[in-house]
Write a protein that binds this ligand. Structure first.
Ligand SMILES: [Zn+2]
Length: 133
């Protein structure tokens, strides 16, 4: 008999801990470069625009538009096999950075459509998801 397989869980680092704390508190935190103001998502050590290490955290509005999507029909980790098929969307956040998350609606996502972030709290941890506005 097969044992249930657990989903991989994020292990916050000193760099990403504020991001994960934000999700658990119900907010998506973006890094804002303290030198040039460039916003980035997901947490990274350096600003890709000016290579500064200095940053502050800024809470995203949760608004965005669909950039693209894919429907997963194959589980690259066995813990996700029971959820197939599921849809993943890339969203251009209103603040600029692009984010990846689950698509929650039954209808297929439409390119360019306005969406709202939903932070889903699962046993394996918080997860970004989106729904049509
Ligand atoms: Zn910068």
């Amino acid at each position: 008999m097969n044992e249930p397989v657990s989903k991989p869980v994020p292990v916050p680092s000193a760099l990403s801990a504020p991001y994960w704390e934000g999700l658990r508190a119900g907010e998506l935190r973006l890094q804002a470069c303290a030198d040039c103001g460039q916003l980035r998502h997901y947490p990274r050590l350096l600003c890709s625009h000016c290579y500064s290490r200095a940053h502050r955290w800024q809470v995203a509005s949760g608004h965005g538009r669909i950039h693209s999507y894919t429907v997963a029909h194959y589980a690259y980790h066995p813990a996700f096999a029971g959820e197939l098929p599921y849809t993943l969307v890339t969203v251009d956040l209103a603040e600029g950075p692009r984010a990846l998350g689950r698509w929650l609606d039954a209808a297929a996502p439409a390119f360019g459509a306005a969406v709202q972030l939903v932070i889903v709290h699962r046993e394996s941890g918080p997860e970004l998801a989106f729904t049509a506005v």
